[in-house]
Design a protein around this ligand. Structure first.
Ligand SMILES: [Zn+2]
Length: 335
């Protein structure tokens, strides 16, 4: 090999190496995939809950619709079965109002014969409901674990069941509460399935702004939205670009799933930035650190085919076990 070409090869190799390391910083493997951890959960109950939440009888859990209220009641009854403490005087359900005005009102609830400027379109106020429960820890510092129970409802006569989005996160909230129910964690764990995510993160915004235990006590939000459907065995943990000190606890999880960081750097044009894509944004806006667990968009995303039948059951169970370990590690490591 001539010296010049050796030099060129070296420069090229260095360039490639530096490109790779840049790429790694933006999106890197966090764990060493191995056998799954020693976490015992009730798989049948987990799958039963996602199946019920995504069933046709809940009519796609549209915001403020009867099927959505059925979902709230179902989750509240699960919290009760597990013996979770209530955080609110009203029980497990935290109701809130959302008023649609003008153009938005007209789009959501069309009025015939409206005038040009929508001035004869009346405001419409709908009532949403978060479901909130708690396991008291040794400290009053809080980790809030969230998923959203609302979805798109019925559109053009089709039920949008939202099994992955986000019956998966909601059933996972219940399973994680079940795992911790007879333990005393270091942090107080608040479990919340929030409402109105698909309408603009309404429920999580309300929860954070009206947090019954004082939002200054929240040290972390762990949000799950779409954790049951992936063919590549990949789950993303988004948020480390903003909160790099949260990396270490995630590297220690034992799982067959590839846990990957990313989707959080606004300058990385090769990936969508998920910082504002789900309820963790309501915490991030209040400077509360978050980790968001989710999968890449898939063929059934926001389609009427996002059903219990199209999720990956084994992947889902393994994802919940992975996230439980993450909660345990954060509970141990965070001060
Ligand atoms: Zn979602």
């Amino acid at each position: 090999m001539k010296l010049k070409s050796l030099f060129t090869t070296l420069v090229l190799a260095l360039l490639i190496a530096s490109c790779n390391s840049n790429k790694k910083e933006n999106s890197s493997q966090l764990n060493t995939p191995n056998t799954s951890g020693d976490i015992k959960i009730d798989n049948i109950k987990l799958l039963g809950n996602i199946q019920i939440l995504a069933s046709d009888s809940l009519e796609g859990r549209g915001f403020a619709r009867p099927g959505n209220r059925k979902a709230q009641a179902l989750i509240a009854s699960e919290f009760k079965r597990l013996g979770l403490e209530t955080v609110l005087e009203t029980g497990y359900i935290q109701n809130f109002n959302h008023t649609y005005k003008g153009k938005r009102r007209q789009r959501m609830f069309p009025v015939k014969g409206k005038d040009k400027n929508d001035v004869n379109v009346p405001d419409t106020t709908l009532v949403g409901g978060n479901v909130v429960g708690m396991i008291k820890g040794k400290s009053n510092k809080i980790i809030v674990i969230t998923g959203h129970h609302d979805h798109l409802g019925i559109r053009n006569g089709k039920i949008y069941n939202g099994a992955d989005d986000d019956a998966s996160g909601s059933a996972a909230v219940i399973a994680i509460a079940d795992y911790f129910k007879n333990k005393t964690p270091n942090h107080t764990l608040v479990f919340a399935t929030v409402d109105g995510e698909e309408s603009g993160m309404l429920g999580s915004k309300h929860l954070v702004k009206n947090f019954p235990l004082g939002k200054e006590n929240i040290v972390l939000n762990i949000n799950m939205d779409m954790i049951a459907h992936n063919d590549k065995n990949e789950l993303y943990a988004c948020g480390l670009f903003h909160y790099p000190n949260l990396r270490e606890p995630l590297t220690k999880v034992n799982s067959t799933i590839n846990l990957i960081s990313g989707h959080d750097d606004p300058k990385n044009k090769t990936q969508d930035n998920w910082t504002g894509s789900s309820d963790h944004i309501s915490f991030h806006k209040e400077k509360i650190p978050f980790i968001y667990f989710g999968v890449e968009d898939h063929k059934d995303y926001h389609k009427d085919t996002d059903t219990f039948e199209t999720i990956n059951q084994e992947f889902y169970i393994e994802a919940v076990k992975l996230i439980i370990q993450a909660v345990e590690n954060f509970d141990t490591d965070l001060k």
